[in-house]
Design a protein around this ligand. Sequence first.
Ligand code: KIV
Ligand code: NA
Length: 275
Amino acid sequence: MKTTASFMKMKQRKDKITMMTAYDAPAARLVEQSGMDMILVGDSLGMVVLGYDSTVPVTIDDMVLHTKAARRGAQNTFIVTDMPFLTYHASLQDTFAHAKRLLQEGGASAVKLEGAGPVIETVAKLTEAGVPVMGHLGLTPQSVGVLGGYRVQGKDPESARKLLADAKALEEAGAFAIVVECVPEQVGEMLSEKCNIPIIGIGAGVDTDGQVLVYHDILGYGDVHVPKFVKSYANVSPIIEQALKLYVQEVKEQKFPAKEHSFTMSEEALSGLYG
Ligand code: KIV
Ligand code: NA
């Protein structure tokens, strides 16, 4: 399995780091088989699989459950799990308890925390305690209420410089990598150049040290709005829709199940049944 040290080496070699979300065993198995470097059990699962309209309602129990499922499917892949909304802000004791559950019960390799400010100190405490931490800057969906929507971040020089300062502070605190979401490509490039730890971009241009996207988004699987920075590599929803409609039709018309899907009694057993 790759480690935090592997990702650092990949950055130094300019070998792009690939990361994809997965929230269940079959998806994690497919992601692992693709040769992906890292899996993210993202709290985006709240939107793409639980049907919420933001990541805010996601709980630590949700994250533990889905990390366990992903780990069963991908036993040899480095798994990062999101600490959900307000599970790393109240007290250090609570934060440690939550991180412990994700690593021990869930089987995560690392946790991801959004933001900077007071979170920097939390990142330092977690890494000092032996928990690998990934940061998350730029568009931080758990703060959607404060940000006032899902918008591009770091568009002016001041906010771009603030992102750099936050990234350096996270690096200083011991974060092993940082996700940077929805920033101009020039900001993605600058952060990757100025930081020693890998910058994993999502909507941050081609020059970051790696890329991450949401499984359901790249597959066209589901009904959630897909942002501009996503590329569709497949469109599976219509295939599923078609299969489901065909099943309904064939059951109604008694075309399914056919003989080959059915079990039969022997003649002798059958005569016993009616005799
Ligand atoms: O939850 C998630 O999927 C994420 C990625 C979009 C980086 O945090
Ligand atoms: Na997330």
